[in-house]
Design a protein. Structure first.
Length: 74
């Protein structure tokens, strides 16, 4: 999750920097406003989905004894 967040922030930052520099070439001054609340909510939702998608399969896998799982063939 952390790697995806960092890569997403990097991609968004590069995109914003490119647009800001393009607007500067046109002599238009623009401020970059970052919606921290929205970013925090998205990161939180991604964290919840990540934890659920990791815990649910692990819970199903742990319902069976390890000895039974070791004897299964694929």
């Amino acid at each position: 999750m952390g790697v995806g967040t960092v890569l997403g922030l990097l991609a968004a930052g590069l995109n914003l920097a490119g647009m800001w520099s393009a607007l500067a070439l046109l002599s238009v001054w623009a401020t970059v406003e970052i919606p921290w609340t929205t970013i925090g909510m998205v990161v939180g939702a991604c964290a919840v989905v990540t934890v659920i998608s990791a815990v649910v399969p692990a819970a199903f896998a742990l319902r069976r004894r390890a000895v039974e799982l070791a004897s299964l063939r694929e």
